[in-house]
Design a binder for this molecule. Structure first.
Ligand code: CDP
Ligand code: MG
Length: 731
């Protein structure tokens, strides 16, 4: 009872809170400015009320605005904002206020305010380039400069020209907004003064970069314990880089805290107990609403977060920030031509934002786990994503909108032409564009799927070339959700989890593990939660996968493509068995035997660009296309941003990077690793790990490799004024 009351704030409570926000004082001025101008840039500190309040002011005061889209670079932020605002307005989620993220939409015909990811709005622009669904678009978190937001800048500038009645608001938490204003015809800037308390900065002593990077998780946990034992009451926010790291840190902190003998330790204050929460992109972290509530008296709340808590979500009550100084970022990997996830130092701007989280409600302290010198070495601002990530999906989207001359698109900061060329080249390798760079029928089909062009290509292949779309859709859906397996904290459970995991292993590789988990859950577990619990599988993940799968099925059917299974049942199939490597065996399953070949072949049709060959004597792999010298010299450029001094480990140059099988991979357990594999992507932690790896034979990709030699970049980018010329300046 008491708990329920605790969580259910009344409208009055919300009213009070809303009036206390910095933005509240400027309500009328803001409305006036919005009425007067078509475009407006709003800048204000994180937590000042931009995301949750401004749209409510507009709905209450501007009768001409009947539907508002607010974009967020992160799904979790879109949901959390929608939830907060519908609570504040006292409406049910999905009625007046809703959200729309990839594969998940809570909205109705009553919805006036829709929070969405920037990717969602971008995709809807394909069929609605004038954005006629909305009277106002708010591009929020513009300082993040996500790839999708950057493209939306260009598309919205065009839409504003076409529709004078459309209102556009760009909101940012940092001050470098002149560029935004300039881009939208020198539109006015409205700035909301923040109310920040002083934040003390504590630096770590100088250490080598490699040590800095190898030890920050441990040091973060130790620092939290130090703060907990020595500092006044107040919650702690710790910035780390990813889910695994956060889980690990939470485990360590729990252990250390349990070992504390409270009779021995002298606390400087009466706060002894702790409560620990994670925040990372996996949506279940949001289900713990308590993150956003103050901890009980005498308990200290400790939140471990990725950089989501830097500006996207605000955790109240934070007085201490522990900043690791690192972030996990997407980086274009010139060698493989795809994005890789890399842990890199944050920028100075990010460090300042992180510190600011400690001074929202009182004076605070930030413990920087790096030295003043290391701070001086950081980039002043984070490089926009468009300049450091693969543009393959973006270019496909733009081409579908009829924007063919990508190099001359209205970018707020243009990407390196080499990245555009590389994307067009990849699209050619997938068959989405022809040799002159024009969209093919296949490319048009691919663009209907809100997933990576590689996966959509594989799906289409599984429909048309190697019938197994039923299975491939499952694999694609499972690849579209976060962590499948839970990582329990206690040692005993960890072992049980490991054993549970092994029952899904497949000698063919991780794509088959995904398939096994999903199919077993549906078949044996009846799709319920209990089964997930027993098998250490995230229920939310498989449940989401089911919904994603259903949506993909609808898309496939809409395109008139057939859905077929490669599971036996037809005895004739037996004879058609072919070999994968030497040790051919089959997984048996309720519905009949699974033939892995069509699945591998469909995957190869798209992911052949991610073929890796094992080193003859050593336990790692090389990216085949590059190591075999199949790429033309103009494309093996090194990405200008990926300096190896920064990452410490990775050689971004044209030299060969050793690719390792992810230790968690099913293939990682094999005594004799396969000679040829394909992988879904690469993550650079301390080394380059291929994730989601499956075993193939060279025969499966040999013919496809022929296409690599057909690449003629001049022609691919030709047909535009200077496309050919700029396209070849890749070096
Ligand atoms: O967008 P901006 O960072 O300027 O602020 P906001 O997200 O609108 O947040 C305004 C206030 O609402 C903050 O004090 C948050 O603590 C609170 N809020 C919340 O409690 N729960 C949410 N899901 C979102 C915001
Ligand atoms: Mg915001």
């Amino acid at each position: 009872m008491a708990l329920a009351m605790f969580f259910n704030k009344s409208r009055l409570d919300y009213e009070e809170e809303r009036k206390g926000l910095p933005i509240y004082t400027y309500k009328e001025d803001l409305i006036e400015a919005l009425q007067q101008y078509q475009c407006l840039v709003i800048v204000g500190d994180t937590g000042s009320g931009k995301t949750t309040q401004l749209p409510q002011y507009v709905l209450a005061s501007m009768s001409s605005i009947r539907s508002i889209a607010v974009t967020q670079p992160r799904r979790i932020a879109a949901i959390s904002a929608a939830r907060r605002v519908s609570d504040e307005m006292g409406t049910r989620m999905g009625e007046e206020v809703g959200y729309s993220i990839r594969f998940e939409r809570k909205a109705s015909n009553k919805t006036k305010l829709l929070y969405m990811t920037d990717g969602t709005l971008l995709r809807s622009c394909v069929s609605d380039p004038k954005i006629e669904d909305y009277d106002m678009v708010i591009l929020d978190e513009a300082h993040e400069r996500s790839l999708e937001t950057d493209i939306l800048f260009g598309l919205l500038r065009r839409a504003c020209r076409l529709r004078p009645e459309l209102k556009l608001v760009v909101m940012s938490a940092t001050l470098d907004i002149d560029k935004f204003s300039e881009f939208f015809g020198d539109c006015p800037v409205f700035s909301i003064p923040g109310r920040m308390y002083a934040v003390d900065i504590l630096w770590q002593k100088k250490m080598k970069f490699a040590t800095l990077k190898a030890t920050y998780v441990q040091r973060a946990v130790e620092t939290v314990m130090h703060v907990h034992q020595n500092e006044e009451p107040g919650d702690i926010l710790v910035f780390l880089t990813g889910q695994q790291e956060i889980d690990q840190a939470m485990r360590k902190l729990n252990e250390m805290h349990e070992e504390l003998d409270y009779h021995e330790v002298r606390f400087k204050n009466h706060v002894r107990d702790i409560v620990i929460y994670p925040i990372y992109s996996a949506l279940e972290t949001l289900e713990q609403r308590a993150i956003f509530e103050p901890a009980r008296e005498g308990v200290r709340k400790i939140v471990f977060s990725t950089n989501i808590a830097q500006t996207s979500v605000t955790v109240p009550g934070i007085r201490y920030v522990v900043d690791s100084g690192f972030v996990k970022q997407k980086m274009y990997d010139a060698q493989t031509g795809m994005d890789a996830l890399v842990v890199v130092p944050i920028s100075q701007a990010a460090a300042i934002q992180r510190a600011g989280r400690a001074g929202r409600t009182a004076t605070g302290k930030v413990y920087r786990l790096y030295s003043r010198e290391a701070f001086e070495d950081m980039e002043p601002a984070t490089i926009p994503e468009i300049q450091r990530s693969s543009l393959i999906g973006t270019v496909l989207n733009l081409k579908t909108m009829g924007i063919d001359d990508i190099l001359n698109f209205e970018f707020i900061d243009p990407p390196d032409p080499a990245l555009v060329v590389a994307a067009i080249r990849q699209l050619f390798l997938l068959g989405a564009v022809n040799e002159s760079g024009h969209l093919t029928h296949l490319g048009t089909q691919m663009s209907h799927f809100p997933i990576s062009p590689f996966l959509s290509r594989a799906i289409i292949s599984s429909c048309l070339d190697f019938p197994c779309s039923s299975e491939l859709l499952t694999i694609a859906a499972m690849l579209s959700v976060e962590e499948i397996f839970t990582s329990p904290r206690s040692e005993k459970k960890k072992q049980a989890a490991e054993e549970a995991r092994r029952q899904f292993d497949s000698e063919y590789g991780d794509h088959f593990v995904l398939l096994n988990v999903y199919e077993t859950w549906e078949r044996e577990g009846g799709g319920d939660k209990e089964w997930c619990f027993e098998n250490f599988v995230h229920f939310r993940a498989v449940k989401t996968a089911r919904s994603v799968r259903q949506q993909l099925v609808v898309l496939v059917e809409k395109l008139g493509l057939p859905i077929a299974s490669c599971r036996g049942g037809d005895p004739g199939r037996e004879r058609k068995r072919r070999k994968v490597g030497r040790d051919e065996r089959r997984t048996t399953d309720g519905g009949g035997e699974l033939d892995p070949i069509p699945i591998l072949r469909s995957l190869c049709t798209a992911f052949y660009v991610n073929t890796a060959k094992r080193h003859t004597h050593r336990p790692f792999y090389f990216h085949y296309i590059t190591s075999a010298g199949l790429t033309s010299s103009t494309t093996t450029h090194s990405s200008s941003e990926g300096g190896n001094e920064q990452t410490g480990q990775v050689n971004w140059g044209p030299g060969m990077v050793a690719l390792h099988v992810d230790p968690k991979s099913a293939l990682g357990q094999m005594s004799k690793p396969p000679e040829w594999v394909i992988y879904n992507d690469v993550q650079y932690v301390n080394r380059a790990n291929m994730r989601c790896v499956s075993k193939i034979t060279f025969g499966m990709v040999e013919v496809l490799m022929g296409r690599v030699k057909l690449v003629d970049e001049r022609r691919l980018c030709g047909g535009f004024e200077d496309g050919g010329r700029r396209g070849s300046v890749a070096h």
